[in-house]
Write a protein that binds this ligand. Structure first.
Ligand SMILES: Cc1cc2nc3c(=O)[nH]c(=O)nc-3n(C[C@H](O)[C@H](O)[C@H](O)COP(=O)(O)OP(=O)(O)OC[C@H]3O[C@@H](n4cnc5c(N)ncnc54)[C@H](O)[C@@H]3O)c2cc1C
Length: 308
């Protein structure tokens, strides 16, 4: 119930104005967001790399309906990729298609993401397409397939809460474009499209890992980014990979900036590749609300900022 309320508020205009108007909210957002500027983000990337954790930079923004704003977001990613390359860092980037203009038009969005993919390729790095709410799932996968025709450095994300995901993963793997980040899913979805029970979402996550780690999938180049803070799933994946001789360069772990840093460092110490998803920018409100919805105990953290 609380999760649904927070996710509802994440899309609510008045709540947005109210909550972002308080200085304490900005301070609270800093737990999950590296800062508002590119230099804040680069500093966070450097600090993570110093501990062996690679970064995935995310310039915050979504549901953009103006062409100039969508182009400006694309420009910001190009600048971020240049800054990463110039600093000698190994970070990649992650984009939301609705920030790149998906609601304006498919071709417009394609051009905007394609130039980021080209810049990322010239910087020897990759671009992941985040997965947003279910009204965008099919179009996101179509855009992923279209981009993959020209850019092999593009990947996308699949949500284990969706009923359709097993079939999507199996098809993408079969098509030889199974370079996927597996996640549980962060949006409020109806029972008609997503498992309502957490236990089913978690069980489906394991099934998706299993599909991606089958010998046939590996033979077709599958690479699985296991993006979760759930230790049970991480332990299961490590054991499964060990038992089935899945090479360590065919999977990795990804977590969010500000969450389970101890676990990130533990996995690095054991020799696994770990990436932290590092968001930055001024449009942090919906991102913060989704992080609060995942763990309502975070609300206490927010309230502490209010009181101190
Ligand atoms: C790298 C990365 C990229 C992502 N990209 C997307 C995307 O493209 N689309 C999308 O829908 N979702 C995305 N997500 C979010 C994801 O869908 C989940 O909502 C989020 O990861 C929380 O789920 P969990 O797998 O950690 O499992 P959970 O079962 O929710 O949590 C497991 C444990 O992790 C810790 N934890 C989890 N969330 C929090 C939190 N907010 N604050 C503090 N501790 C927490 C707690 O200890 C909790 O017990 C991404 C997540 C990651 C890590």
């Amino acid at each position: 119930m609380l999760r649904q309320t927070l996710l509802y508020l994440s899309r609510h205009e008045t709540a947005y104005r109210l909550i972002t108007g308080f200085p304490f909210s900005r301070a609270a957002a800093r737990r999950f967001v590296a800062g508002e500027s590119l230099s804040d983000a680069i500093a966070a990337v450097r600090a993570n790399e110093a501990h062996g954790i690679y970064a995935i930079l995310d310039y915050l923004g979504e549901n953009v309906i103006s062409r100039s704003e969508a182009r400006a977001a694309g420009d910001e990613y190009i600048a971020a990729l240049s800054a990463i390359a110039q600093s000698g860092l190994r970070a990649s980037v992650s984009v939301k298609l609705t920030q790149m203009g998906l609601d304006i038009g498919d071709d417009f969005c394609y051009e905007n993401v394609a130039r980021i993919a080209a810049q990322a390729a010239s910087c020897h790095t990759s671009v992941c397409i985040d997965m947003e709410g279910s009204p965008y799932t099919e179009r996101t996968l179509q855009m992923y397939r279209r981009l993959r025709e020209h850019y092999s450095n593009v990947t996308t994300a699949i949500q284990s809460y969706l009923y359709r995901s097993q079939e999507d993963v199996a098809c993408l793997v079969d098509e030889g474009i199974g370079n996927l980040r597996l996640i549980k899913g962060a949006y409020d979805e109806p029972a008609s499209v997503a498992f309502p029970k957490k236990a089913d979402v978690d069980a489906n996550f394991l099934r998706l890992i299993e599909i991606m780690m089958r010998p046939a999938a590996l033979a077709r180049g599958a690479h699985c980014a296991i993006a979760t803070h759930d230790e049970k799933i991480i332990r299961w994946a490590i054991l499964y990979a060990y038992r089935h001789d899945v090479p360590r360069n065919r999977f990795e772990f990804q977590m969010l900036y500000g969450i389970r840093r101890d676990l990130q460092e533990k996995l690095v110490a054991k020799g696994y590749t770990v990436r932290a998803y590092i968001p930055y920018g001024t449009h942090w409100y919906p991102y913060l609300m989704r992080r609060l919805a995942e763990r309502p105990a975070n609300l206490l953290f927010l309230l502490r900022n209010l009181l101190l």
